[in-house]
Design a protein around this ligand. Structure first.
Ligand code: PLP
Length: 452
């Protein structure tokens, strides 16, 4: 008989982790030389690790804890829902009250043309749901040849087979022999990385011209949908140049291609709006939501679709798609409580007109730091491109980002190291004093990084 070991020492927790756990997006073997960083508790914008070290979380978990950690309102809502009804599926003509109320609430928050919601458990699943809905839609509309999907370099759409195939980061696709056939890349508007002589706006126009050429070469009638994040997050917080996103949306419209706005990071206040697509007037045909929908308290994701798509699907008979936990009542209760908090605390307005403005201003001051080649930021999402001994580097394998992030952590804050940049995107209810503290840690970390 195997007796389960109950770890009492964190050292043994690390050993057990090394023995039994493969971490996502991690060099597992390297990590286990020193052991995983175990986070033990969190409150507000701070997390505390198992050594008792308190760190200011500059990444809101993983761009998701919008309302901060440990909010009693969400904990109570989840507890009450678990006591009342811990689970019931939305399969086979059933559903639950929180699921219905959340679908309605998402519609009331914006993008009024998107009347219906399909629920899933992660951003990846929500993108794969969109892919299947779109294929089904075009079949029902009598256009079965529209099967290709277009998306951009440096985009990140998740890890399921479809979402990986949409993702424009070679590190995510190559090990798995993806993208699958029919997933086509467009140029992403990453001006800094392009080394282009053009201004960002001119570069954006050039990307659009190349996009149109690719659409024509592929054959517009073979393309089902275009997927795009309003700000490309995991690809490096790529903030689109003025006019670019509208141009991209117009191209999709011109060729009858459905436009999918992947707002897994940008929705629920991070850019000072419930939906970035509303803020930038993109009028998407579908929108993808996850992360901030529950502030990460419980996994939940949503694919919102236009009334036209919904009516077509509903006219198509039996809809054979969905997950056991699609519209899980506890997750939906968490989302409703989370959105109620965002509303009660005016967090969208706080980001749009107060803390987001302050954060952006402090962020952009790093354009004067000797270790920074470019600091770019939009409201609560920013990236700093790092220099090596004052020189720009473009090979992502050099990995200045993770090195700098490790140093910043020694100075009291968590930021994300990605390729040769650090990304920062904290909880939305962070205070001015906490923003000051965050950037003091970043500055101390980058000063040290520049000196080695
Ligand atoms: C824009 C975007 N889409 C999709 C995903 C995938 O979401 P998940 O990790 O919940 O599957 C992410 C995750 O970071 C994301 O940033």
């Amino acid at each position: 008989m195997i007796t389960p070991t109950i770890p009492t020492m964190t050292q043994s927790l690390r050993e057990i982790d090394a023995a039994h756990h493969i971490h996502p997006f991690t060099h597992n073997a390297d990590m286990h030389q020193t052991g995983a960083h175990i986070i033990a508790s969190a409150k507000g914008s701070y997390v505390t690790d198992d050594h008792g070290v308190r760190l200011l979380d500059g990444l809101a978990g993983l761009w998701c804890v919008n309302v901060g950690y440990g909010r009693r309102e969400i904990i109570d809502a989840v507890t009450q829902q678990m006591e009342k009804l811990c689970f019931y599926p939305s399969f086979f003509s059933s559903t639950t009250e929180p699921t219905i109320l959340l679908a309605d609430k998402l519609h009331r928050l914006g993008l009024p043309r998107l009347t219906h919601t399909l629920f899933s458990n992660s951003g990846s699943e929500a993108n794969d749901t969109a892919i299947k809905v779109i294929l089904h839609y075009w079949n029902l509309k009598g256009h079965p040849r529209r099967t290709k999907f277009i998306s951009r370099t440096y985009s990140y759409h998740g890890v399921t087979m479809g979402a990986t195939s949409l993702t424009g980061l070679v590190s995510c696709t190559k090990p798995f022999g993806l993208p699958a056939a029919g997933f086509v890349r467009l140029p992403g508007p990453y001006h800094y990385m392009s080394n282009s002589e053009l201004t960002p706006e001119e570069f954006g126009k050039k990307c659009l011209e190349e996009t149109e050429t690719i659409i024509r070469c592929e054959g517009p009638d073979s393309i089902a949908a275009l997927f795009a994040e309003p700000i490309q997050g995991a690809g490096g917080v790529i903030i689109p140049p003025a006019g670019y996103l509208k141009g991209l949306r117009e191209l999709a419209r011109k060729y009858g291609i459905l436009y999918v706005s992947d707002e897994v990071i940008t929705a629920f206040g991070r850019v000072g709006a419930y939906y970035a697509s509303d803020k930038w007037d993109l009028d998407p045909d579908l929108v993808i939501l996850a992360k901030g929908i529950t502030s990460g308290y419980i996994p939940l994701a949503a694919t919102r679709v236009s009334s036209e798509i919904a009516e077509t699907l509903n006219s198509g008979g039996y809809y054979a798609n969905g997950h056991t936990y699609s519209g899980h009542p506890v997750a939906c209760a968490a989302a409703l409580a989370n959105i109620a908090l965002i509303e009660k605390e005016n967090l969208v307005d706080y980001v749009a007109n107060d803390i987001g403005v302050y954060f952006e201003k402090k962020f952009l001051e790093f354009n004067n730091h000797p270790a920074v080649g470019e600091a770019r930021c939009h409201k609560m999402m920013g990236a700093m491109e790092l220099l090596r001994h004052g020189e720009k580097v473009t090979d992502p394998m050099i990995g200045l980002g993770p090195k700098a992030a490790a140093i910043v952590r020694k100075h009291g804050a968590i930021v994300r190291g990605l390729a040769n940049l650090i990304a920062i995107s904290p909880c939305l209810n962070i205070t001015h004093a906490e923003v000051d503290e965050l950037f003091a840690s970043v500055k101390a970390g980058l000063d040290e990084f520049a000196s080695i």
